[in-house]
Design a protein around this ligand. Structure first.
Ligand code: NDP
Ligand code: MG
Length: 379
């Protein structure tokens, strides 16, 4: 039985992971789970999954929690994570924390030599170079949970990466694929939350509407599969059936298909490299809709092009881009700025920023916090 730690159990990915575990109780046992604020849901899920150790990362809640459920050890704050993981020694950590807050946990997990199932793409966006250095130093494996990268991993199989010519990531196009760009200033939070094919947490749902999410995934693919940015393409595929494709050096294209459901890539990341017998998801090929592909329109999705171009410079630029976007998305969700202002804030921030090559973790975390706080305070 595989011992698992789930960081961010109360989120969209975390709850899907809980369903995966409940359907595979013989294979997986959760030894540790975390959340930030939502302790009631964390306690409820820990009861359902019989999780003995819980971590609440928001230490400000300490005074509010008077009774902890029976048979549960409750720990507080990020600072406890390293020791907890060292003691519990899980076989794999699923990092399902949202945003830049997930980077610290990824680094801690890999530095302990523990396999990392990574949903938190921001870890690779901000510190792909450090994560790859950590992977070279230890025997730990990094397994993507993002559906596109899970598809690429499966399509590549055991083929040497040198024989992969191109990675093609698919994007649904989000809720505004058909909306004329001149109407973007009237976009509301409610409309943005209505993603056509996926049900996800609020931040990634906004990122899917601006297409910033796909830029994050291009950077994620760059670090996971060691491909140049020029060898990674994104296309709109509104049906979200083909989760991504790989083009090999002989011109052969391989894709992974299925109805959109995050439980499948989560299960694969937890069971990698095996495919477990499961009835979590099934796709009858005769039920599939017509599959179509479109280029990513630069007028509709300017943030995608801006973010990929800036991030390809490397160094601190991906961190600055990600922090600016995270702050802008927070402001949009709080209804303080308009939808097009997300692009404007990221563009202004990148324009006013000097790059810094090969930053260490401390520099990355400081730049992230400084950029995020400045934008929140200025708006
Ligand atoms: P959610 O917002 O639904 O969940 C986020 C989780 O992280 C919650 O458990 C939350 O705890 C916890 N959390 C929030 N802030 C902090 C913090 N400062 N420190 C520690 N934990 C924190 O996000 P999603 O599940 O949608 O996304 C999680 C990650 O997975 C993101 O990086 C996203 O890009 C990626 N991803 C998501 C997909 C999806 O389908 N949702 C698909 C592919 C990738 P609490 O509930 O207590 O606030
Ligand atoms: Mg994805």
């Amino acid at each position: 039985m595989k011992k698992i730690a789930i960081l961010g159990l109360t989120g969209s990915i975390g709850r899907s992971a809980a369903d995966v575990i409940l359907s595979h109780r013989q294979e997986f046992q959760v030894v540790l789970a975390s959340s930030h604020n939502n302790y009631q849901e964390l306690f409820r899920l820990s009861h359902e999954l019989a999780i003995p150790n819980l971590l609440l990362t928001n230490t400000e809640l300490k005074s509010r929690i008077t009774d902890t459920p029976e048979n549960i050890r409750l720990y507080w704050g990020d600072s406890e994570l390293s020791q907890l993981l060292a003691e519990l020694n899980p076989d794999i950590v699923l990092n399902a924390i949202s945003g830049s807050a997930g980077l610290y946990s990824s680094m801690v997990t890999l530095s302990l030599g523990i396999d990392l199932a990574l949903a938190n793409k921001e870890s690779l966006v901000m510190a792909g170079h450090l994560i790859n250095r950590e992977l070279q130093r230890s025997a730990a494996r990094l397994i993507p949970v993002d559906s596109e990268h899970s598809a690429v991993l499966q399509a590549i199989g055991s083929t040497p990466l040198s024989q992969v010519r191109k990675i093609i990531l698919t994007a649904s196009g989000g809720p505004f694929l058909q909306l004329p760009p001149e109407e973007f200033s009237s976009i509301t939070v409610e409309r943005t939350m209505q993603h056509p094919t996926w049900s996800m947490g609020p931040k990634i749902t906004v990122d899917s509407a601006t297409m910033l999410n796909k830029a994050l995934e291009v950077i994620e693919a760059h670090w996971l599969f060691h491909k140049d940015y020029t060898d990674i393409q994104a296309v709109v595929h509104p049906q979200s059936i083909i989760h991504s494709l790989v083009e090999f050096c002989d011109g052969s294209l391989l894709a992974q298909l299925g109805f959109p459901n995050m439980k499948l890539p989560i299960l694969y990341a937890l069971s990698y490299p095996d495919h477990l017998i499961s009835d979590l998801s099934s796709t009858n090929i005769l039920d599939l809709p017509w599959l179509s592909f479109l280029p990513l329109d630069e007028e509709r999705y300017p943030l995608y092009y801006l973010a990929v171009a800036a991030s390809a410079a490397g160094g601190l630029m991906p961190t600055i881009m990600n922090a600016a976007n995270e702050a802008a998305v927070t402001l949009f969700l709080e209804r303080k700025i308009s939808f097009p202002a997300i692009h404007r804030i990221v563009a202004d921030t990148l324009n006013s920023q000097n790059n810094f090559p090969d930053p260490d973790l401390e520099t990355i975390l400081a730049a992230n916090l400084e950029t995020y706080s400045r934008i929140i305070n200025d708006n």
